[in-house]
Design a binder for this molecule. Structure first.
Ligand code: FMN
Length: 347
């Protein structure tokens, strides 16, 4: 019994599971493995040093799969922003038809992709951003919850109430996914993915029950055979519990959930200092290059690296094919078995 949802139809995939863009992780081998397994693999554009390298990554992915795959473009606040338009143009010229956008002010990119007949998935955490994205014509929303390996900067600042919340005064409102998924049903007219904290069939089935048309997963895909990160980091994820992540940059209104290690705890301590911290105070510690080295040399304490609460649910390192089969079968079984709970009422 296949799982058919508006997302499987729109993306032409078998299982409503998307591998979200992941810096240093969303590379052709993983992307193709996810797509070959029936989900949607997504190349992370900014992992490639320039648009020409992205073209090569797209070609390499295409040589590994004939199935649909997408490209993620994440708009980060930066003094010297990457050539976003160049990456977008390269991907469209290479024939990519599915894009995942994330971050601030995605309007221009979304308009460009829509004018080229592409399907756009946009990541967001606030009802306001979700509504704007729908107005811009996005086809699918990816709704991130508090559980996610979240980074406010790739979905807009959390200063506004997030989906499912009422509080507009808290500097950073984080709603749990079970709560966040209610609002879009009432307020938005596009299918949406549940994102954050999902790593097993129960999470997929629960997301569908909450109204999502599929799920977006990141951390779970880090810990697969085809994921490019060092084996020791995969083993570290398997050995970790849901207690092993921490929020950094919360006081800087740019919250990110990362693995709890010496470096991230030092960042948290600096942020807690009387008078708080400025980005300059932690710049060295949080350098993306140090995070990249973690994935290359396998030392989990070398730098900051991304991980969601779902690490607590990850107990193995399967191939993407094994993973997606297990999730598909498990989800079908849960949904089918749930019907046995219903006893015909005599009323
Ligand atoms: C290692 C890692 C790197 C990520 N990098 C990005 C990124 O560059 N852009 C982006 O939009 N999302 C990024 N994400 C978020 C994922 O696409 C996805 O939304 C998130 O991981 C879902 O939550 P989960 O990890 O609990 O499954 C990253 C996630 C991880 C784990």
């Amino acid at each position: 019994m296949p799982l058919v949802t508006p997302v499987t139809k729109l993306l032409n995939i078998r299982i409503p599971i998307v591998q979200g863009g992941m810096q240093w992780v969303g590379v052709p081998k993983l992307v193709a493995a996810v797509s070959n397994a029936g989900g949607l693999g997504v190349i992370t554009a900014l992992t490639q040093p320039n648009p020409a390298a992205l073209r090569n990554a797209i070609r390499e992915t295409r040589s590994l799969t004939s199935k649909p795959f997408g490209v993620n473009i994440t708009l980060l606040p930066s003094i010297n922003p990457p050539d976003y338009a160049g990456y977008a143009r390269a991907a469209v010229e290479e024939g990519v038809k599915i894009f995942e956008t994330a971050g601030n002010n995605p309007g221009e990119l979304i308009r460009f992709f829509k004018s080229n007949g592409c399907v756009v998935i946009h990541k967001c955490t606030t009802i306001r951003h979700a509504k704007s994205a729908v107005k811009l014509g996005v086809d699918i929303l990816s709704i991130d919850g508090f559980e996610c390996k979240c980074r406010s900067s790739w979905r807009g600042r959390y200063r506004r109430p997030r989906i499912g919340t009422q509080d507009s005064h808290s500097p950073e409102m984080h709603a749990h996914l079970t709560h966040s998924l209610r609002a879009p049903q009432k307020e938005l007219n596009v299918p949406y993915l549940a994102s954050g904290g999902i790593a097993d069939a129960r999470g997929v089935a629960a997301s569908l029950a909450l109204g999502a048309a599929g799920v977006n997963m990141g951390t779970r895909f880090m810990c697969t055979v085809e994921s490019p990160i060092h084996e020791n980091i995969k083993k570290t994820i398997v050995a970790s519990s849901e207690q092993d992540t921490v929020h950094i940059f919360r006081t800087l209104h740019n919250t990110a959930r990362v693995f709890k290690n010496k470096v991230s705890m030092e960042v948290v301590q600096i942020e807690r200092r009387p008078g708080g911290a400025k980005f300059e105070d932690v710049r060295e510690l949080v350098s993306g290059q140090r995070g990249k080295v973690v994935y290359e040399n396998g030392d989990p304490d070398y730098g900051i690296w991304s991980a969601g609460i779902s690490i607590g649910l990850i107990t193995d390192i399967p191939t993407c094919d094994e993973l997606l089969r297990t999730l598909e079968k498990g989800t079908e079984d849960i949904i089918t078995n749930l019907s046995t709970v219903v006893v015909k009422s005599k009323l």
